[in-house]
Write a protein that binds this ligand. Structure first.
Ligand code: GTQ
Ligand code: FE2
Length: 370
């Protein structure tokens, strides 16, 4: 072995490695340990953004970026510090595959319609009265609602109500960027006009457990919004029984015409962690972005304790050990790249076997506050 290493360090090899560079060729014998690790070596790091920070910066942006000045979407994205080196704009990556942002819309504002090859979802954090118009359907939004805009659908937002509204966006921007699939188009007019009755798809699926017979053949977005009251009812039903050891009482938002994830590339979950719940730790290939909808507690991610409370966003990168602890009844919304990992058949999961499934806490995260 020593002989082999000596050979790779030798002058003749070093010179050859350098020499082929000018022909834009590369030596695999040097690159392979960095390219083909034994297991994922994420560049994304665990991180947490306090609600106070997100809210304060959105309120500052409110003064500066008025719609007249080109603030078409007043959104501030969560840049993973470990992925900042990606050019341009860090690929706006919260995880290696996904982008997340908080978006503020004020009464009277209009965010013009457009469409793109990235799929989007929204989780309504605070306020009500605004609508998204997706393919001609005005979808009115309330706290706790979950909305989807799968790739290629026209969408805009407007706010006829009277209180500021904030939601979390999640899109597969880094993935679509990486595979070279980015297309974007503005709607010919400012905002699309309604073509179907308001909240049309939510009415069509008012029952929640049955589908209109005309939807036996799968559609892209048969249901545009998932109302909080229905999500909560589903979780309360689940809560009569034993929680999942890793995720408590968790449900996934699905496309009711085909049973798959509501968005083709991004999974979205709502989970309840009852007061005192302490999950077991595990890790998986998929990465997850959380927003705390209600409650407080902490998560331990790769041994670091991240305390969270209402409105905070945090990220569990791919292959990071994580477990959650709830100090009170808590609801976490989350978005993950599970469908992407499954599509590529690289999803793997491993449970943490030592110490009854709980990591040793080696450090505590200190959030940056304004
Ligand atoms: O609301 O359409 O955060 O297109 C990023 C890209 C929001 C949107 C974002 C978008 C949108
Ligand atoms: Fe968009």
């Amino acid at each position: 072995m020593a002989e082999k290493n000596d050979f790779f360090q030798s002058k003749v090899v070093q010179e050859f490695n350098q020499e082929i560079e000018k022909y834009h060729l590369g030596p695999l014998w040097n690159a392979i340990p960095d390219l083909m690790h034994k297991q994922p070596a994420p560049q994304a790091v665990p991180y947490l953004w306090k609600w106070k920070t997100l809210y304060t910066k959105l309120m500052e942006a409110r003064e500066i970026f008025t719609p007249e000045r080109g603030g078409e979407r007043r959104a501030i994205y969560l840049q993973n510090p470990g992925l900042k080196h990606r050019k341009p704009w860090g690929w706006a990556s919260t995880t290696q595959t996904l982008y997340a942002a908080v978006q503020l819309i004020l009464p009277g504002e209009i965010a013009p319609s457009h469409r793109h090859t990235q799929s989007a979802l929204r989780f309504i954090t605070t306020g009500s009265g605004a609508y998204s118009i997706v393919q001609g359907e005005r979808i009115f939004m309330e706290e706790g609602d979950f909305l989807i805009t799968p790739k290629g659908l026209w969408h805009g937002h407007a706010h006829p109500g009277d209180e500021p509204m904030i939601w979390m966006d999640c899109l597969d921007i880094p993935t679509i960027y990486a595979i070279g699939g980015t297309f974007f188009e503005n709607y010919p007019e400012k905002i699309e006009q309604p073509k179907v009755p308001d909240n049309y798809t939510a009415w069509r699926y008012a029952g929640g457990m049955v589908r209109p017979i005309s939807d036996r053949h799968p559609k892209v977005a048969p249901l545009g919004s998932y109302k909080w009251a229905k999500t909560l009812a589903a979780i309360e039903g689940l809560s009569r029984f034993e929680p999942d050891p890793y995720d408590g009482y968790a449900v996934e938002f699905i496309n009711p015409s085909n049973g798959k994830t509501a968005n083709p590339t991004i999974a979205a979950w709502m989970q309840k962690l009852p007061k005192g719940f302490h999950s077991k730790a595990h890790r998986h290939t998929s990465s997850t972005i959380y927003q705390v909808f209600k409650g407080s507690g902490y998560s331990v991610i790769n041994g670091i304790r991240f305390d969270w409370s209402q409105g905070d966003c945090f990220v569990v990168p791919n292959w990071a050990w994580h477990e959650h602890v709830a100090a009170e009844d808590s609801f976490l919304f989350s978005a993950s790249d599970l469908p992407i990992m499954e599509r590529f058949e690289v999803q793997r999961e491993e449970s943490y076997e030592q110490n009854q499934g709980h990591q040793e806490i080696t450090d505590e995260f200190t959030p940056l506050l304004p």
